[in-house]
Design a protein around this ligand. Structure first.
Ligand code: NBP
Length: 477
């Protein structure tokens, strides 16, 4: 017998993905640099389906039916290149290498180009959902040549998560690096979502005076409404957890320095290159960096803060409702920015990404899965060329209804000195987009003054320069 698919790289992700394929009836060839992992997998889970354990690269390739489908699930970066270099010479034109790691999309573009010369189809495939998702159904974002999706797609559709309406959470995102690009933005949005939830928590705690257990209950209530999402659900779980050793809320015994692996940072770096304002994601990445500067924070602890008192108990409930509005409005903005980023990447690289389809495959399996994504998909269904999610009537009306509370929450945060960079950046973005006039006109004047950078006028075509050092008359540039 031969295997319909092979997985090399059997750490948590690869192992669970291989089991997922096997549980869905596929014969799966498995391979790992260190063979003990391969044998451990077959020993422990061999009863779940048909596995072919391969010790060598040659045996692994020989076990695959043609065209071969070879999934790589190793550490992103150099290890991925090393594995490609090992396997590519053993493959034939028409075979597929599928990289399910968290590769940078620029690496994926390079690898796709190099392997194309050899006739090998390289599929950069974003996978979200962590190890549980890999086993029970992740959200899958494959890029690469469309024709490889014809053969690979049905298998991915089987192992992927299913949305509430039964639709598989996988689609051919676009050519070359499109899948990994979209996975990167997914992670950026995940950072922003987590930051916004963190700010909501801090406000409920410091301004409204609720305990972690009470806040967990508030999040459970929110999770039954429009904020229904995996991240809100697990937030309630984390907040209600009590540390066994001390009896204190778990959240109070964890060091408050957040870590990151890099996809959030990439999202911001690439957004700077593309000129797309993803301020919410940037604030989330910076908030994690700031939290890690222990010495700087220690040195700053004595700085003056406001003297405002917490809310009266009778006002706390109403305040919590306002925080829900602020969180929801900020979330709309952060998805608006994320989808703008995908649209800009699609434009820059000619990917022709269907934004509604992206929203659709994020409805299940992935970390940002949420009822909310159904509404984003609906917005793009109604109008595929929507300039921004904020231009959708439903979202615009919801923000209109939320904005007074959103502003009030930021007033309270400012008055009490609770840092809310995510809420504030979202509101600033919203207000800047709505503004009739921006101070960018003044910026242009300054640039023209010190650097003769010229400016355009509102009333005439062309570029102009004012002779600032002379008689201040205007000349055509
Ligand atoms: P790791 O990212 O920890 O990678 C470990 C695997 O890489 C092992 O199989 C290891 O083989 C192999 N490997 C390394 Br390291 N260097 C190698 C080399 N030079 N040649 C061959 N194999 C090499 O595993 P993971 O956490 O399962 O993640 C796998 C991929 O999936 C990563 O790219 C990750 O970013 C991505 N991802 C992870 C998650 C998650 O929640 N963990 C979610 C989504 C995507 P060995 O056993 O011989 O050391």
């Amino acid at each position: 017998t031969s295997a319909q698919i092979g997985v090399t790289g059997l750490a948590v992700m690869g192992r669970n993905l291989a089991r997922n394929f096997a549980r869905n009836g596929y014969t799966v060839a498995v391979h790992n640099r260190t063979a003990s992992r391969t044998h451990a997998l077959v020993e422990e889970f061999g009863n779940e389906g048909d596995f072919i354990a391969a010790e060598t690269a040659k045996d692994f390739v020989a076990a695959l039916e043609r065209p071969r489908r070879l999934v790589i699930m190793v550490k992103a970066g150099d290890p991925t290149d090393a594995v490609i270099e090992e396997f590519a010479p053993l493959l034939e034109p028409g075979d597929m290498i599928i990289d399910g790691g968290n590769a940078h999309f620029a690496d994926t573009r390079r690898r796709e180009r190099e392997l194309r010369e050899q006739g090998i189809h390289f599929v950069g495939m974003g996978v979200s959902g962590g190890e549980e998702g890999a086993l029970h159904g992740p959200s899958i974002m494959p890029g690469g040549p469309k024709e490889s999706y014809d053969s690979l797609g049905p298998m991915l559709e089987k192992i992927s998560a299913k949305a509430a309406d039964g639709a598989p959470c996988v689609t051919h995102v676009g050519p070359d690096g499109a899948g990994h690009f979209v996975k990167m933005v997914h992670n950026g949005i995940e950072y922003a979502d987590m930051q916004l939830i963190g700010e909501a928590y801090q406000l409920l705690r410091d301004v409204a005076g609720y305990s972690p257990a009470q806040i967990a209950e508030i999040f459970r209530t929110w999770n039954r409404g429009r904020l229904d999402s995996y991240l809100i659900e697990i937030t309630a779980e984390v907040l209600s957890h009590v540390d066994a050793a001390t009896g204190k809320p778990f959240v109070d015994v964890v060091v408050d320095q957040a870590e990151q692996k890099g996809t959030g940072r990439w999202t911001v770096q690439i957004a700077l290159d593309l000129g797309v304002p993803v301020s919410g994601i940037a604030e989330a990445v910076f908030a994690r960096s700031l939290s890690g500067h222990a010495a700087l924070r220690e040195a700053s602890r004595g700085l003056a803060g406001p003297k405002a008192a917490p809310l009266d108990e009778s006002e706390a409930g109403a305040f919590a409702d306002r925080v829900e509005q602020a969180l929801y409005a900020s979330k709309i903005v952060s998805y608006t920015q994320g989808f703008h980023k995908i649209a800009a990447g699609s434009e820059e690289y000619g990917w022709d990404i269907d934004l509604g389809a992206v929203a659709s495959i994020w409805r299940g399996g992935c970390i940002i899965r949420a009822a909310f994504l159904d509404r984003i998909r609906a917005a793009y269904d109604t109008r595929a060329d929507l300039p921004s999610l904020l231009s959708d009537d439903t979202f615009a009306q919801e923000i209109a209804a939320a904005q007074d509370d959103w502003r009030e929450v930021l007033v309270a945060a400012t008055r009490q000195g609770v840092p809310t960079p995510g809420f504030a950046a979202a509101l600033a973005y919203y207000d800047a987009l709505r503004a009739e006039r921006l101070p960018a006109a003044l910026t242009q004047g300054q640039r023209d003054f010190f650097g003769a950078h010229t400016y355009r006028r509102t009333d005439r075509d062309g570029s102009f320069h004012t002779l600032w050092g002379g008689d201040r008359s205007e000349v055509s540039a």
